[in-house]
Design a protein around this ligand. Structure first.
Ligand code: UD1
Ligand code: CA
Length: 484
């Protein structure tokens, strides 16, 4: 039989009552993806002629996750059990002869395991093959009842176990291979003979065995692949396993991690050799990092692209930003979407950026907001510099040339341009552009009042007025102003 006789059915219509959630179970996330996406991805390399997804609760959202992988959805409404779900899928299976059936809530399944099960099914000429797992705690799962060493007699749901059967520790993963022409008649004989009044797909295996058809169990080499997510605790456990797999794979690629169990990495993240991750780091989305980067404790990178030798000091948040070679950021920096720090740029503590380009070797060392801003190479942005990019209606750009010096506590009221090589005096509120090589200064002039403080102290000591007596404004002050 060729690969082309194969269809895949993913059962994903259930609500997942035990999660106590308004969201359908298979949309819950673990290991950085919706449960059902993991299942669809594991099936994709099998290159089946059809992938059918049975949807019900939040059908549209569930379909949307699987459609990019070529899955076709069929609606099961209402949900009358896993056997009923299979009947609903029947028409969509067309002329496929063999179906691999999986629940949407068992995300740890790997392609190799599906291949091995399929091979066992084909070579054993079976009507049905169930992927089973031997576990220490089988509670909550259907148990595999064997009739001989190789053949299965039935699958008994937890609620229907006899005292003796409770000891069985081979569980049903709910992942199967069916020869469809054998399945349909057996499924037609199944009745909703259980407390939920549902049609159980598991009962079809018992029917097949009773009709002397071959029903096999293929034992998963890693029992974790059979883990189904029925509860929040299951979700947490599955997430933990995915994260562990991802960390191992990055470590195999030459990435160092301190206290790896505290580091959370999404599946699509990549990192170059000799990159070091400190405890409590999160690397999310499509974050990509070059070689020899150091991400220090508590930093969160989401869809960030880092070159080589980038240092992210502790407790930074970097989202949809690009950090070129040799950039240093943080501690406590927040880089928002559209930030691009060019080679060797430095962004220090308590700096926020958004849609900001910081040129090669430029420095923004502390306490600054750069929004809709462009900073040229080798410029220095003093502490407390703020680009006032928003006027209550629209956003405006600030353009700072190369080799510019912006004094501390400057507000740059956009739109505004600072030419190459210019200086801006500390404390300025800049509303007009500063030409290249000029000094821009825009602030109130300083007035010193001689002996004001000592007079004040004398008055206080005499129990007098709380403030020094005000002199009338006299020409004196004007004269003083002239002296400056
Ligand atoms: C099922 C198996 C059990 C097995 C366990 C493994 C049955 C009766 N029991 O139990 O033997 O050990 O999986 O995890 O099959 N679904 C539908 N339509 C329905 C009902 C369910 O599409 O009408 C989907 C659910 O969305 C879910 C999957 O089928 O993805 C399994 O359903 P679930 O309720 O989780 O079955 P379990 O009780 O875990
Ligand atoms: Ca389940």
């Amino acid at each position: 039989m060729s690969v082309n006789d194969l269809a895949i059915v993913i059962l994903a219509a259930g609500k997942g009552t035990r999660l106590k959630s308004s969201q359908a179970k298979v949309l819950h996330r673990a290991g950085g993806r919706a449960l059902v996406e993991h299942v669809v991805r594991a099936c994709a390399p099998l290159k089946a002629r059809k992938v059918v997804l049975v949807v019900g609760h939040q059908a549209e959202q569930v379909s949307a996750v699987a459609e990019p992988f070529g899955a076709e959805s069929v609606l099961q409404q209402p949900q009358r059990g896993t056997g009923h779900a299979m009947q609903v899928a029947r028409r969509a299976l067309g002329s496929a002869k063999i179906a691999v059936v999986l629940p949407g809530d068992a995300p740890l399944i790997r392609t190799e395991t599906l291949r091995a099960m399929l091979a066992a099914h084909r070579s054993g000429n079976a009507a049905a093959t169930v992927l089973s797992a031997v576990v220490s705690d089988p509670s909550g799962y259907g148990r595999v009842l064997r009739k001989s060493e190789t053949a299965v007699q039935a699958i008994v749901e937890e609620s229907q176990l006899t005292g003796e059967q409770r000891e069985l520790n081979e569980i049903n993963s709910s992942i199967y291979c069916f020869t469809l022409e054998k399945l349909w008649p057996a499924l037609a004989r199944v009745t909703p003979n259980n407390k939920h009044r549902e049609l159980y797909l598991t009962d079809a295996l018992g029917e097949l065995a009773a009709a002397n058809e071959t029903v096999l169990a293929h034992v998963a080499t890693d029992p974790r692949e059979a883990l189904g997510c029925n509860t929040r605790a299951d979700l947490a456990e599955v997430d933990r396993i995915f994260r562990e797999w991802k960390r191992s794979s990055l470590m195999n690629d030459g990435v160092s991690m301190q206290l790896p169990e505290t580091i959370l990495i999404d599946p699509e993240v990549t990192a170059g050799e000799d990159t070091v991750l400190e405890p409590g780091v999160q690397l999310l989305g499509k974050t990509k990092m070059g070689e020899r980067c150091i991400i220090r404790t508590g930093s969160v990178l989401s869809d960030a692209v880092l070159g080589d030798d980038v240092v992210v000091e502790p407790h930074c948040v970097v989202v949809q930003s690009r950090l070129d070679d040799g950039v240093v950021v943080g501690p406590f920096a927040r880089l928002r979407p559209g930030t691009h720090l060019k080679d060797g740029a430095r962004v220090g503590n308590f700096v926020e950026t958004k849609k900001a380009v910081v040129g090669e070797g430029a420095k923004v060392p502390h306490l600054t907001y750069l929004g809709d801003a462009h900073v040229g190479p080798k410029s220095n942005i003093g502490a407390g510099t703020i680009t006032c990019n928003y006027d209550g209606a629209g956003k405006h750009p600030t353009t700072i040339g190369k080799g510019v010096f912006i004094g501390s506590n400057t507000t740059l009221i956009a739109p505004v341009r600072i030419g190459d090589g210019a200086y801006v005096a500390a404390g300025s509120a800049i509303t007009e552009s500063v030409p290249p090589d000029a000094l821009g200064i825009a602030r109130g002039r300083q007035v010193n009042k001689p002996r004001w403080a000592s007079r004040k102290r004398r008055e206080l000591a005499a129990g007098g007025k709380s403030a020094p007596r005000r002199r009338k404004a006299k020409p004196r002050s004007r004269k003083k102003a002239k002296r400056r």
